[in-house]
Design a protein around this ligand. Structure first.
Ligand code: C2E
Ligand code: SIN
Ligand code: SIN
Ligand code: FE
Ligand code: FE
Length: 512
């Protein structure tokens, strides 16, 4: 006998008490069955919600009700109606056509022993089947109760799944955006959309406090939405009211999430002892467990993820500094003076953007192009600094600087070093295939190599070398255009012509 021990029900959280009903669709061709069912379940309640009955008297009507009430929890489904298997057809329709996998199906058969095929029960995820005669009021109560429980669990799993999908997508967007400024904003946008009705939100952190030695670790608004959009850079004391500040302090002190009537403060975990706080207001009074769980996940991850992105850019800054120091040291050996690599670096960045490469790629070539002549470490001084034209033999040795540079840099997993290897190898290739070391043609030359080639020649010609004088801008522009489609990719020469005034400014900024 099924007895209900309500004390066994886990204590439901306040957040789950929401207004509404559980919809139950009764499908039966006998009106009497509808009446008896409603009577038997008239005082039924589950999680403070009562039942709402929807009636259908044929298989066809049932399908329409299924379509009209996608939020129905249960269908009590007669098998034999207009046809012997009308009910089974409805079950099939529910799962296969309407693709409703949430609703619980309880089959009711007229004759005892007339069981539906086992296959139907398995394929259409039928929760239960009972013969009408054995379906007493008590049994009906039991089966509806257990079906509602599983319906609730299915919904909650589904909500979690959707929430997780959004988080995964959020993380992807975050790392694609790759910019610190967009980072927190992206996270907050996702979070507020998950919560629905948010009106204001902000992320405050001690990370950007103007005085890093400040032991107080002042929280400063880093990113804001709604009213807080104009608060960025302000201390939280200046943007929150007293009651909010108290809640904030409590969250900070207990390193936890503090929920108030329609706002919350969430302390965000940090690897480096930064204090960070998420504030959201205008939230629904009753957050579901899933929503609370999402807030928890975000507060546990957002600062850590942010710090990871920061760390990543710290690594890149370090790489770049090493690259510059190395190539400057190299330049001191040769008579190419100081600023050649810096100029080439900025020229490449500008050409790359004009050519239509992504910001990220333009950044990469800016960071990597100083490595183009790294192979010159392997060239003897006597050749490198010879104040005259090279002999054929010297020239052959000189040309090896491309392969030597590639050999030094190849095999790295670091994006900058990888790009540097391509640049070192390909920067003396020519569009028409007459360059070295491989005599590559056209787009077989890495785009970074094509760009550096133009930047390098432009800068080399505009400046004095131990073996040559500096050329005028007119002479250089004319030479580069003469080489359009020969030494240089035509499209790059077009970009160069458009940018030449800007490029000259770069030269002026970093003179020899
Ligand atoms: P670099 O001085 O950095 O020159 C880079 C590229 O600029 C050269 O690649 C070449 O394409 C272009 N370039 C430089 N000066 C002239 C010029 O007077 N006329 C023309 N049309 N193009 C010029 P390239 O030719 O493959 O040379 C690679 C490197 O070999 C040069 O780098 C330089 O370090 C060395 N090199 C080339 N020619 C001589 C030379 O006559 N004497 C010495 N000492 N070194 C040379
Ligand atoms: C999360 O994981 O909850 C979002 C933050 C991230 O990108 O890792
Ligand atoms: C990217 O940032 O879009 C890819 C390159 C990288 O992860 O460094
Ligand atoms: Fe070179
Ligand atoms: Fe160069």
């Amino acid at each position: 006998m099924d007895d209900f021990l309500f004390s066994d029900e886990p204590q439901e959280e306040v957040s789950n008490i929401v207004q509404g009903t559980w919809k139950v669709i009764i499908v039966d061709d006998e009106p009497e069955v509808h009446a008896v069912t409603k009577l038997a379940l008239s005082d039924f309640e589950f999680q403070d919600k009562r039942l709402e009955f929807i009636s259908a008297y044929s298989g066809e009507e049932a399908k329409a009700m299924i379509d009209n009430h996608p939020d129905a929890a249960i269908v009590l489904l007669d098998v034999v109606m207009e046809t012997d298997d009308a009910g089974l057809k409805v079950a099939q329709y529910i799962r296969e056509t309407a693709k409703n996998n949430h609703i619980r199906i309880i089959l009711r058969t007229g004759q005892p022993g007339q069981a539906p095929e086992r296959q139907v029960i398995v394929n259409y995820d039928i929760n239960d089947y009972k013969s009408k005669t054995e379906l007493t009021a008590q049994k009906l109560f039991t089966v509806v109760m257990s079906s509602l429980r599983s319906y609730r669990d299915i919904l909650s799993i589904e909500q979690s799944r959707q929430g997780l999908e959004k988080i995964i997508k959020a993380s992807r967007d975050i790392f694609a955006a790759h910019s610190l400024e967009n980072f927190i904003e992206g996270v907050m946008q996702q979070l507020t959309s998950l919560l629905g009705t948010v009106d204001k939100a902000m992320y405050a952190t001690s990370l950007v406090a103007s005085n890093p030695d400040d032991n107080q670790k002042k929280l400063v608004v880093f990113s804001g939405r709604g009213d807080f959009e104009r608060s960025e850079g302000k201390a939280i004391e200046d943007v929150l009211d007293n009651e909010q500040l108290l809640a904030c302090k409590q969250a900070l002190q207990d390193k936890t999430i503090v929920y108030k009537n329609n706002y919350l403060f969430a302390y965000c975990c940090s690897e480096y002892n930064h204090n960070s706080m998420l504030f959201i207001s205008g939230i629904p009074q009753y957050l579901t467990d899933t929503q609370r769980h999402l807030i928890e996940i975000f507060s546990q991850n957002v600062q850590l993820a942010y710090e990871n992105v920061q760390l990543q850019s710290e690594v890149e800054a370090t790489q770049q500094e090493l690259v510059l120091r190395l190539s400057e040291a190299l330049e001191q050996r040769s008579t190419e003076t100081g600023n050649h690599v810096k100029r080439v670096s900025h020229i490449c960045n500008s050409l790359a953007l004009g050519y239509g490469l992504s910001k990220r790629e333009a950044e990469l070539i800016r960071l990597a192009s100083p490595l183009h002549d790294v192979g010159k470490v392997g060239i003897p001084d006597a050749i490198l600094n010879k104040p005259a034209k090279l002999t054929d033999e010297e020239w052959a040795i000189m040309q090896t600087h491309a392969q030597k540079g590639h050999a030094i840099l190849k095999g790295s997993k670091r994006d900058i070093v990888k790009a540097g290897a391509e640049v070192a190898r390909d920067h003396h290739e020519k569009w028409d295939g007459t360059g070295y070391p491989q005599g590559l043609v056209g787009e077989n030359i890495h785009i970074f190599g094509r760009i550096v080639a133009l930047a390098d020649v432009y800068d080399a010609l505009r400046h004095k070398r131990c073996y040559k004088e500096a050329w005028s801008v007119e002479a250089v522009v004319s030479e580069i255009n003469e080489q359009k489609g020969k030494h240089f990719e035509p499209k790059l020469v077009d970009v160069f012509n458009q940018q030449v005034d800007e490029l000259e400014k770069i030269l002026a900024l970093y003179p020899d």
